[in-house]
Ligand binder design. Structure first.
Ligand code: ATP
Ligand code: MG
Length: 482
């Protein structure tokens, strides 16, 4: 007969041991128990400054658990590990970080050995991705900029324009801080005492709402022209003033955007226009003459007096910002369909003027091929988005034709919702569609009887084909009069 109390005690003891081990492993115990020194901010050697927790006051509960696990794991293996970049900047601004990045003294292969769920990736430089369910924590080895690396290290290659092609040059934490773009992006959170390390004056800049490039802005934009887009984006997102030396070179260097790959620019466009501050980003892009390198056809269309190009563009971006603020989904397909709608109209007109004799829908597809073909030279558009863009456009031509069963069939179309949204935007922006968007708004909520009453008369835009009557076979009748 088993001794039940002993079994229960054994189970409880095992559970306690497991719990203690788990806490130790995750570092959660450390996060909760270590109290920060209440010391004032100190200036250390090399202008480095340490800001204690009592001063920066980032609540520990906002630090991502998984990111902290990664930092503690690195430290346990005698490496340095810090939360760095946008996450610290955003936490100090009271914003929710989009992702948590980690900088470490461990080389990528050393870091990889520590994480079962780690995977080395590397396009421009080697990084470790540590996966926790759907969350991915990015771990990057401290890097020096190409002209700082110690002798014997792999040298970065630069193009004639000064652009960095490859920069796998490992370095110290100071070097890592100085090769980052803006001072507010070079703050390191030290999990050992919960202080922040600042190598470039980013903490003060952040408190003063100032975006400042580390080093010589002109050279830093030449090294990587995407930094110009990042300047526009952070100014918009954070509501920061761009410091004059940082702002000044952008307009002149904007043409360097042509050297950036379309795939990278597509990613940047989404961060600029689909992260909740699209309208503000658009204004910054225009302020610096950068928009034309992302959407050249849209930028040209802004000159046209025939269409409300900028109104629709601003309305589309405000709409996207509002949806994101309400945690609603947004899709790049809608954004591209809206931004390129008038370039498409202009191209259709040009084709017609050149004598193309295509019916409306094939004409639209021909213009769509040309417009999208030119757009992908600047920003890649993956096929999973370009196909829906064409469908949203085609539906703009089909939405006016809603007689009989067509209206209900259109509503079944997978892109109906997006197409209806574009129709609304067009009419709200000043296009005269004869109240078509209101009709569709009403139709969607009407009951079947009202829907029948709403049905418009058959449209006369298509010439009605006369139905030929087949001569009816008459039964053999005796001729009249017989
Ligand atoms: P967010 O994630 O909100 O878009 P972020 O600043 O975190 O902003 P990431 O692209 O995630 O941007 O980059 C992480 C960090 O890497 C940055 O904060 C910055 O320190 C550094 N960094 C990113 N891109 C560059 C760049 N082009 N040049 C120099 N440093 C960069
Ligand atoms: Mg980030």
């Amino acid at each position: 007969m088993p001794n039940i109390p002993v079994i229960i005690i054994a189970i409880l003891a095992a559970a306690l041991v497991a719990w203690i081990l788990l806490r130790k492993r995750t570092g959660a115990a450390r996060q909760a128990d270590v109290s920060a020194p209440n010391a004032p901010s100190e200036t250390l050697e090399n202008g480095r400054r340490r800001i204690p927790e009592s001063e920066h006051q980032i609540p520990r509960r906002y630090l991502d658990d998984n990111a902290m696990k990664v930092v503690y794991r690195l430290e346990d293996a005698d490496h340095e590990g810090y939360l760095v970049g946008g996450c610290i900047r955003d936490l100090l601004r009271g914003l929710k970080p989009k992702d948590f990045d980690i900088a470490t003294s461990a080389h990528p292969e050393e870091a990889e050995e520590l994480f079962r769920r780690g995977r080395l990736i590397g396009r421009r430089f080697k990084l470790l991705h540590v996966r926790f369910g759907r969350e991915v924590i990015e771990v990057a080895t401290f890097r020096a900029s190409h002209d700082q690396g110690e002798a014997g290290r792999e040298q970065a290659r630069t193009a004639d324009t000064g652009m960095i092609l490859r920069d796998n040059v490992y370095g110290t934490i100071e070097e890592d801080a100085l090769r980052r773009d803006f001072t507010v992006n070079a703050l390191y959170y030290d999990a050992k005492d919960h202080s922040i390390l600042d190598f470039a004056g980013g903490y003060d800049d952040l408190k003063n709402n100032r975006l400042r490039m580390i080093g010589d802005a002109n050279a830093r934009y030449r090294e990587d022209p995407v930094r110009m887009l990042r300047a526009a984006r952070f100014a918009a997102k954070l509501g920061f003033e761009i410091e004059s030396d940082t702002a000044e070179p952008i307009r002149e260097l904007a043409p360097l955007m042509r050297n950036v790959s379309p795939a990278r620019l597509f990613d940047e466009v989404l961060k600029l226009l689909q992260s909740g501050h699209g309208e503000a980003s658009y204004r910054q892009l225009q302020r610096f003459g950068l928009f034309q390198y992302l959407f050249p056809l849209t930028d040209q269309a802004l000159e046209s007096d025939d269409y409300p190009v900028e109104t629709l563009l601003i309305n589309a971006l405000c709409n996207t910002d509002r949806r994101l603020a309400q945690n609603k989904s947004v899709t790049p397909a809608f954004l591209f369909a809206a931004l390129l709608w008038y370039p498409l109209q202009l191209r259709m007109r040009e084709l017609e003027a050149a004598g193309t004799d295509l019916p409306p829908i094939p004409l639209l597809h021909e213009a769509a091929n040309q417009v999208l073909g030119e757009q992908v030279k600047c920003t890649a558009i993956p096929r999973r988005f370009s196909t829906p863009v064409r469908e949203i456009w085609e539906l703009q031509l089909r939405l006016p034709r809603r007689q009989g069963k067509k209206a209900d069939q259109l509503m079944e179309h997978p892109r109906f919702r997006a197409a209806y949204d574009l129709l609304l935007l067009r009419e709200n922006s000043g296009e005269d569609l004869g109240g078509l968007s209101q009709w569709w708004t009403d139709y969607q909520v009407a009951n079947p009887v009202s829907r029948r009453e709403m049905m418009p008369e058959e449209q006369s835009d298509r010439p009605k084909r006369k139905r030929r009557r087949r001569p009816r076979k008459r039964p053999n009748q005796p001729p009249q009069g017989e």
